[in-house]
Design a protein around this ligand. Structure first.
Ligand code: P1T
Length: 372
């Protein structure tokens, strides 16, 4: 079945007990056993819950993954993945990642002895050495919208036996499927496009490696960063419209990027859909379309900070991927924790999450915000 059909049906048969067309929210913490160890597949809701199973089955299918695991947040998923490696291990990370990932790696894991090397998208292969156990990638990256060659990174990592994790939050499986490109593990903040309505925090991990999946299933239960049934249900509902929403996000972002590129107060637009973007051809090869995230540089920090406060439709807020448009200043908001690091987010940078409103209204809002 095609992607859009699986998004609506995979793992979502009518409820066998009642015929409910929509998977129920199994709001229960525990399940009755008929005798010790005899039950209908569920014993305790941290270990498993039917609403969560439906989400895990559906999203795994969309990512082309044999195994899927849902988490309480994107960072909950990341924490769990980091238990695949040990203190002393070498981790290569692309040098532009969500600020919260950098904060976790630099402030939580580095002090425990994990060794991190941060590399530009073009230098990932060089940064990998014989001791590398994990390669952590985002593509496109947050917030600089760099494009990483996932296949090339996977080849270099696999040559030394390292695992490749791709955070696919910006692209979504509708636009890019990292496992098909050679990654071992795909990870998401489902808080973003997958939930799609800015009303839930969640995470996801998918893999085709059965042994890894078994270890991760153990860690999911042993560490406990699981989503509640209502949160799992909200993400599952979001998935049903992922394809149509992404088509509109992409079309709107194309319009907005073209407008910004022609604006005299905008120094540079970072959007892989623009032929001027250095990663445009690579993105065209490994993605179906270019997504709804755009970053751009103003002339100064003062102009950037003033501009983000002047939009009326674009709400000044952290996060991304919802139907409504958001604007933010990464250096002082989502990426404030990178300020002390070697890859601080530029102070002149503005980031947009282009929503699915009418494109004319979005362009008009940016026009008035840039006019003053
Ligand atoms: O917020 P949480 O669900 O824990 O996900 C963290 C996360 C992981 N990976 C990427 C690429 C992300 O963008 C995020 C969260 N990002 C934001 C809140 C933001 O505004 O960029």
């Amino acid at each position: 079945m095609e992607f859009e059909t699986r998004a609506i049906h995979e793992g979502q048969e009518p409820d066998p007990a009642t015929g409910a067309v929509i998977v129920p929210i199994y709001q229960t913490s525990t399940f009755a056993q008929t005798a010790v160890g005899e039950h209908k597949g569920y014993d305790y809701a941290r270990s498993g819950n039917p609403t969560r199973t439906a989400l895990e089955t559906c999203l795994a299918s969309l990512e082309g993954a044999a195994h899927g695991l849902a988490f309480s947040s994107g960072l909950g998923a990341t924490t769990t993945l980091m238990h695949l490696v040990d203190p002393g291990d070498h981790v290569v990370c692309v040098n532009d990642v969500y600020g919260g990932i950098y904060r976790m790696f630099s402030k939580v894991y580095e002090p425990k002895g994990y060794r991190f090397a941060y590399a530009t998208p073009g230098e990932i292969a060089e940064a990998i050495d014989g001791s590398t156990r994990l390669v952590w990638l985002e593509s496109p990256t947050n917030p600089l919208m760099n494009v990483v060659d996932i296949g090339a990174a996977a080849e270099a990592a696999h040559a030394v036996g390292a695992l490749v994790v791709v955070d696919n939050t910006f692209a979504t499986p509708y636009l890019q499927r990292p496992l098909e490109l050679g990654a071992d593990i795909v990870v998401h903040s489902t808080t973003k496009y997958l939930g799609g309505h800015s009303d839930v925090v969640g995470g996801f991990v998918g893999t085709n490696d059965a042994a890894l999946a078994e270890r991760l299933r153990f860690l999911q239960n042993a560490l406990g960063a699981v989503p509640g049934p209502f949160d799992a249900w909200l993400v599952l509902r979001g998935l049903k419209t992922l394809g149509v929403r992404m088509d509109r996000h992409c079309a709107n972002a194309r319009r907005v990027a073209a407008f910004l590129e022609g604006h005299p107060l905008v120094e540079r637009v970072l959007y892989p859909g623009l032929p001027s973007h250095p990663g445009h051809e690579l993105a065209a090869r490994q993605m179906k379309d270019f997504g709804g995230m755009i970053s751009f540089l103003m002339a100064s920090e003062e102009e950037a900070v003033a501009m983000v406060a002047r939009t009326k439709l674009f709400t000044l807020a952290e996060s991304l991927g919802g139907v409504e448009s958001l604007i933010e200043h990464p250096a002082r908001m989502t990426h404030a924790s990178t300020a002390e690091g070697p890859f601080a987010s530029p102070a002149e940078l503005v980031r947009l999450s282009v929503g699915i409103e009418a494109a004319d209204d979005l362009v008009a809002d940016l026009e008035q915000a840039l006019a003053e």
